[in-house]
Write a protein of this length. Structure first.
Length: 179
């Protein structure tokens, strides 16, 4: 543990940290709340953080076999940082040390459930009904009509990420759409 401080972090860990920071910055953009109607609540922010991390994880799938180990390590670093972010948020809210792991576990299960649902919705594209239903259920209290704008944003964001070279993302660099 002591010597870990003197070791240079692995490039994938640095990239995962950077991608997480970019996902959080994008999820905090006011337009997601004001224009697209996401709730500016703890739950709404969790959903948007999750969605942006899921978009990055989706982008890091597939590709040449030679990149798979780096992609897997970067994806793991991204998820690890996301989990630490949840831990930090709970502690800032004053949640006790005993309760934090239980809450992290619950949100982790929610995150992985959303990731599986998003994978299915992405597989169904260009038909956006599955994605819109997912967003309506998780972000808009079941209101399909309110989810239409966010669905369009997610489809465009996914396309925007797909246009970025994997090498760029593996270096921890990403650009997002304006909202």
């Amino acid at each position: 543990m002591f010597f870990k401080r003197f070791r240079k972090p692995r490039p994938a860990v640095v990239a995962g940290e950077s991608l997480y920071s970019a996902a959080v910055a994008q999820a905090r953009r006011p337009g997601l709340y004001t224009t697209l109607g996401a709730a500016d609540t703890r739950e709404g922010r969790f959903e948007l953080y999750s969605l942006h991390v899921i978009l990055l994880l989706d982008r890091l799938k597939g590709g040449p076999e030679s990149d798979q180990a780096r992609k897997a390590e970067t994806k793991q670093a991204l998820v690890d940082r996301f989990t630490r972010g949840l831990d930090d948020a709970f502690r800032e809210l004053g949640v006790g040390d005993v309760a934090v792991p239980k809450r992290i576990k619950k949100l982790g299960e929610a995150f992985y459930g959303r990731a599986r649902s998003a994978d299915q919705a992405f597989d169904a594209l260009p038909d956006t009904r599955t994605l819109q239903a997912l967003l309506a259920r998780t972000l808009f209290d079941g209101d399909d009509a309110k989810a239409a704008g966010m669905t369009d944003y997610i489809v465009r964001a996914r396309r925007h990420l797909a246009a970025q070279p994997a090498e760029t993302l593996l270096a921890g660099e990403v650009t997002w759409l304006e909202v």
